[in-house]
Design a binder for this molecule. Structure first.
Ligand code: ATP
Ligand code: MN
Length: 477
């Protein structure tokens, strides 16, 4: 039986069989107390073994990290700290763990150290909690879209085009890099490639998502995304998961409404279904805050921040309004921003986004209608000829969590912009065909799954919300 089930619903007096890993062992004169965990819940199951009933060899092998199979009777616990415990009748050591060598001792380890032992860190309370919350949020996302009638679309992972022209792409090749076949002019002979062309890992499923939305109206993707951006920040991974809904007949207002509704839904789902793990993460953050300087501490606790997001409408402002606020802000005037805002057209950095969210509005903010120069070619051009119908959702502690837009559905406008931006039209012939045949108004956005989990768990570093992070110089495990 899973420990969660035992603790939630098994009757005292019943016989149980549990398997799990030892967290701690405590020996007193008359009893050995074992805290067993199987990952189904944060709470350990207390196993009580009387020393007479078990050989010394068995008791010695019960050490932190060892795996056990335990049979016994579930009883009411006389001790404080737990309601039920198991009086062990049989203990089998499934896999011992040499206590001299086991890296995860029962004490507080730094997150940096735990990243070095990412193969074992799921066995800690913190990572158990994070991964259970991650699971619940993935489920909540599917549930949200399913209930709205969206189709889950699997967009390709290997692509023949660099969708956004962002350039931060991982090449996919089967060529022998020590002996690359060359043509007579010295260029790589792409006809020798597996796909007979240059291919990459996807940076976004959006373009394919649009193709499907222009047939079945509403879709979402939820898959791995790869960006070879050499930015060693606490919010960027080289491999992350993205949710990309794409909706026919939605304008940018509808797009923002959907994003806000979805974000509130996922946060609400986590609060409802992961109370124990979130309480643990909340308390963990409270502990950490104590060692931070006053001005870097969160004004609200994690649980209060989550409830706050659900209870308040997100602020919606245009890029132009955002620039006015930032230009006149204290950190700008006192030259505290690393990138000072002086004129319209400047790209917003994370420091600006966080000022708007954390200091100025003190709530999530959606910025829309950005200058076309700083946004992608496919975003719908506004009548002012200067801006596009983009929208970014900014969250406290994170900055940009969602980036999206209404898409340009007018063929001439779209190709015009592609030409201005030197986007090769031939490569995207299939994308352009949707604008020739039955084109409609449509919109979509991308939510970075790990950034969302950062927000919900309060974890400061994105490397700690994905089981096995990939970042520049790091692809272990
Ligand atoms: P940023 O400006 O923060 O680098 P972006 O503008 O490149 O993000 P988009 O292309 O709009 O991001 O991608 C949509 C969403 O995907 C972002 O809002 C963010 O939540 C997430 N995201 C983007 N890049 C990464 C990354 N390298 N690691 C994790 N999440 C990411
Ligand atoms: Mn963006």
């Amino acid at each position: 039986m899973k420990i969660k089930k035992i603790l939630d619903s098994a009757e005292t007096g019943s016989d149980v069989l549990v398997k799990g890993w030892v967290r701690t062992k405590r020996e007193s004169k008359n009893a050995v107390f074992i805290a067993l965990n199987d990952g189904s819940t944060l709470t350990n199951l207390q196993i009580v073994a009387s020393p007479e009933s078990f050989s010394e060899k068995i008791i010695q092998q019960v050490t932190t990290g060892a795996s056990l199979k335990v049979e016994g009777q579930l009883t009411e616990s006389p001790g404080s700290g737990q309601v039920k415990e198991v009086a062990a009748r049989k203990i089998e050591i499934l896999g011992p763990a040499d206590p001299e060598k086991y890296p995860l001792q029962p004490k507080r380890h730094s997150l940096e150290f735990l990243r070095e032992i990412a193969h074992l860190r799921p066995r800690t309370n913190t990572f158990g909690a994070i991964f259970r919350v991650r699971h619940a949020m993935a489920f909540a996302i599917h549930k949200f879209f399913h209930e709205k009638g969206f189709l889950y679309l699997n967009s390709p992972i290997i692509t023949g085009s660099d969708a956004e022209g962002a350039g931060e792409i991982f090449r996919v090749t089967t060529l022998d890099l020590n002996n690359v076949p060359k043509r007579e002019d010295g260029e790589i002979d792409l006809s020798m490639e597996f796909f007979e062309k240059e291919t990459n890992l996807t940076v976004s499923g959006q373009l394919e998502g649009e193709l499907a939305a222009l047939a079945v109206s509403e879709i979402y993707t939820f898959g791995p995304t790869f960006r070879a951006e050499n930015s060693n920040t606490t919010r960027h991974l080289a491999e992350f998961w993205m949710i990309e809904p794409e909706m026919a007949f939605y304008d940018n207002q509808d797009n923002m409404d959907l994003a806000e509704e979805m974000l509130k839904y996922i946060v609400g789902y986590a609060l409802e279904h992961c109370p124990e793990d979130l309480k643990f993460l909340n308390d963990r953050e409270q502990q950490e805050e104590k060692s931070k300087p006053q001005n870097e501490r969160n004004e609200l606790t994690l649980l209060d921040r989550l409830q706050f997001v659900i209870d308040h409408d997100f602020e919606r402002i245009t890029y132009t309004e955002a620039i006015d606020i930032l230009r006149n802000s204290k950190p700008n005037k006192k030259k505290k921003f690393q990138f000072l805002i002086d004129k319209w057209g400047a790209d917003l950095q994370s420091e600006h986004e966080r000022y708007l969210v954390e200091k100025y509005f003190k709530k999530p903010v959606i910025i829309y209608d950005y200058p076309k120069e700083i946004k992608a070619f496919y975003m719908r051009q506004n009548d002012d000829n200067k801006t596009v119908a983009a929208m970014d959702v900014l969250f406290p502690g994170i900055g940009e969590i969602v980036g999206g837009s209404q898409r340009e559905e007018r063929l001439d406008k779209l190709t015009g912009r592609m030409e201005e931006m030197n986007i090769p039209k031939d490569d995207l012939w299939w994308y352009l065909e949707t604008r020739k045949y039955g084109t409609v108004e449509h919109s979509g956005y991308g939510l970075g799954f790990e950034r969302m989990i950062q927000f919900v768990t309060g974890m400061g570093n994105i490397r700690d919300v994905i089981p096995f992070p990939r970042t520049p110089g790091n692809c272990e495990f």
